[in-house]
Design a protein around this ligand. Structure first.
Ligand code: PRP
Ligand code: URA
Length: 209
């Protein structure tokens, strides 16, 4: 699974432009991010398992598909992952949720882990790990190391913006994990921010600048 799958849609592109604009305030940023998460969910959940149940329509009895939603775990990489995870959870309310608390050390950029909580039966689940930003890849790699250590096998990673450097690093470290992204940006700058990017995703969501 090399590279990344680009989720390419005019609605997503339009909304991404709104997120990139520096004047978009946190309140709008959160609303637009949730709207994008609905659109991204459509693509990344294509492979979700269905089970048939017997139902009665006003006309006849039939067998109809429903999601085996308990088989999914949405992992949010804190803080910014919350912006995507909440939308996903609204669409798939029966999914379980895991949290990985990480931040990038400002000096050497390594990911510092401060929290982890997840369901115990990850091996049986489709684990969707979400974080808006894939920059150096350090945070995603650290999160996936931990999630795999806890037993997860079937894992997909979803972000909003990815730098080519982050895609390569994540592919090298976790070749079995499919990456989905709404944009592959140009590069990282000297501070390892994505260019053109949207700035610090956590700060944009929570207004902490
Ligand atoms: C951001 C983002 C990713 C990480 C990406 O989190 O949400 O987790 O940076 O960068 P990387 O690919 O170089 O590791 P940040 O460290 O700013 O923490 P926050 O969400 O708590 O603000
Ligand atoms: N983390 C962010 O939030 N933004 C970037 O551009 C890089 C890492």
């Amino acid at each position: 699974m090399t590279g990344a799958i680009l989720i390419d849609h005019p609605l997503i592109k339009h909304k991404l432009t709104l997120l990139r604009k520096k004047e978009t305030p946190p309140a709008h940023f959160r609303i637009i991010l949730k709207e994008i998460s609905f659109l991204l969910a459509f693509e990344v959940t294509k492979g979700l398992e269905l089970e048939n149940i017997d139902i009665e329509t006003p006309v006849s009895r039939t067998s109809a598909p429903q999601l085996s939603g308990r088989n999914m775990c949405i992992f949010s990489i804190l803080r910014a992952g919350e912006g995507l995870a909440q939308g996903m959870l609204e669409l798939i309310p029966s999914a379980r949720v895991g949290h990985v608390g990480l931040y990038r050390d400002e000096d050497d950029l390594h990911a510092v882990e401060y929290y982890f909580k997840a369901p115990s039966d990850l091996a049986d689940r489709f684990n969707l790990v979400v974080d808006p930003m894939l920059a150096t890849g350090g945070s995603a790699i650290t999160a996936l190391n931990k999630i795999k250590k806890e037993g997860a096998k079937n894992i997909t990673f979803l972000c909003l913006l990815a730098a080519p450097e982050g895609i390569k690093a994540l592919n090298d470290a976790h070749p079995d994990v499919q990456i989905y992204t709404a944009s592959i940006d140009e590069r990282l700058n000297e501070k390892s921010y994505i260019v053109p990017g949207l700035g610090d995703a956590g700060d944009r969501i929570f207004g902490t600048v």
